[in-house]
Design a protein around this ligand. Structure first.
Ligand code: GUN
Length: 295
C-alpha cells in the first residue's frame, strides 16, 4: 500500500503557480472570498485559502457578511464584485446558512469569475469538454493527484460515491472525458443505490465523497484498488484539545492495507482543493482581458 501525499503534490503545484504569478505583467491576480456567518469549518477553510494566496502572490479580499444577510443583499454583493475590474475570481464559501439559496448565488457570479466552477455555464463547459471553463477545485484536485501519482484512469472502472454538485457530479464527468489519463468507465452511487457494496467492489478507483465518517469498509473494496477519500468529517474525540478529530469517508485502518494507493485524511485531497483554487484564479487573471467574450 502506498500513501498518496496530497501535501507534497500540492506543494509542487503551488511552487509552479508561484513561478507563474511572478512572471505575470501588470497587477497580481485577485480573488474575493465571501464567507457568510461564522461556521467554524468555513472559517478554517477560508483562512487556509487566504494564506495560500499570500504565499503565491495572489491578492485576496475577505468579505464576511453576517449570517442575517438576505438573499437580495448577497446578490447585490456578488453584483458589485462582478462589476469590479480589479477582481478576477469570486468564491462564496459553501455551505451557506439557511434560508439562503446556494445554487442561486453560484449562478449569480459572473461565469468568467467563477473560480469554483459551479456556474451553469462552467458545468456545461465541463460536459462539453471545453477547456476555457473553470472546473470545480476538489474534482480537479483529484485528477491532478491521480495524474501526478502515475494513476491513469483509461479503461478503468471508476466508482464515484456521492452525487453532489461540488464533488461527485463533476468528478464523474472529468473521469469520463476523452483526455489522456481520463477515459474511464464511470458509475455514480448515492444514498438510494441498491446493493452499494456489490458496485463499489467493482471499482478499480473508488472516489468516496458522501460525507459520512468511515462509511467505506473493507468488504466494500476490491483488493488492489486506488482509493480517493474526499470526506472531511469532524467526529467527537475527548482525547483531542479541540474536542474532535478529522476522519474521511473511508475506514482507513481496515481499508488501507487492501489498497494499492490511498489518500489520507487530512493531507490527501484537502490541500489539492486549495491549490486548484489558486490555479483557477491565475487562469481567471489570464483570461480576464477576454472576459467579454466568455460564453
Ligand atoms: N465548501 C466545500 N468545498 C468547497 C469548494 O470547493 N468551494 C466552496 N465555495 N465551498 C466549498
Amino acid at each position: 500500500m502506498e500513501l498518496i501525499d496530497g501535501n507534497q503534490i500540492a506543494a509542487t503545484l503551488i511552487a509552479e503557480l508561484k513561478a507563474e504569478v511572478a512572471k505575470l505583467t501588470g497587477r497580481p491576480p485577485c480573488i474575493a472570498l465571501v464567507r457568510v456567518g461564522e461556521d467554524p469549518a468555513s472559517v478554517s477553510y477560508v483562512t487556509k485559502k487566504q494564506k495560500m494566496c499570500a504565499e503565491i502572490g495572489i491578492e485576496s479580499r475577505l468579505i464576511f457578511p453576517p449570517v442575517t444577510i438576505s438573499q437580495d443583499e448577497l446578490f447585490a454583493l456578488v453584483d458589485q464584485l462582478n462589476a469590479d475590474p480589479s477582481v478576477d475570481g469570486i468564491l462564496v464559501q459553501s455551505p451557506l446558512p439557511k434560508p439562503l439559496s446556494e445554487i442561486a448565488v453560484f449562478r449569480r457570479i459572473a461565469a468568467h469569475k467563477d473560480v469554483d466552477g459551479f456556474h451553469t455555464l462552467n458545468l456545461g463547459k465541463l460536459a462539453q469538454e471545453d477547456d476555457t471553463g473553470f472546473i470545480a477545485c476538489t474534482p480537479a484536485g483529484i485528477m491532478e493527484l491521480l495524474q501526478r501519482s502515475g494513476v491513469s484512469l483509461t479503461g478503468k472502472h471508476v466508482v464515484v460515491l456521492g452525487r453532489s454538485l461540488i464533488v461527485g457530479k463533476p468528478a464523474a464527468l472529468l473521469a469520463l472525458q476523452r483526455k489522456p489519463w481520463a477515459n474511464a468507465t464511470v458509475t455514480i452511487c448515492h444514498s438510494q443505490t441498491a446493493n452499494l457494496a456489490s458496485i463499489t467492489r467493482l471499482a478499480d478507483v473508488l472516489i468516496a465523497a458522501i460525507g459520512k465518517p468511515e462509511f467505506v469498509t473493507a468488504d466494500m473494496v476490491k483488493p488492489g484498488a486506488v482509493i480517493i477519500d474526499v470526506g472531511v468529517n469532524r467526529v467527537p474525540d475527548a482525547t483531542k484539545k479541540t474536542g474532535y478529530r478529522l476522519t474521511g469517508d473511508v475506514h482507513f485502518p481496515t481499508v488501507a492495507p487492501l489498497c494499492s494507493k490511498i489518500t489520507p485524511v487530512p493531507g490527501g485531497v484537502g490541500p489539492m482543493t486549495v491549490a486548484l483554487l489558486m490555479k483557477n484564479t491565475v487562469k481567471a487573471r489570464r483570461q480576464h482581458s477576454a472576459a467579454a467574450a466568455y460564453n
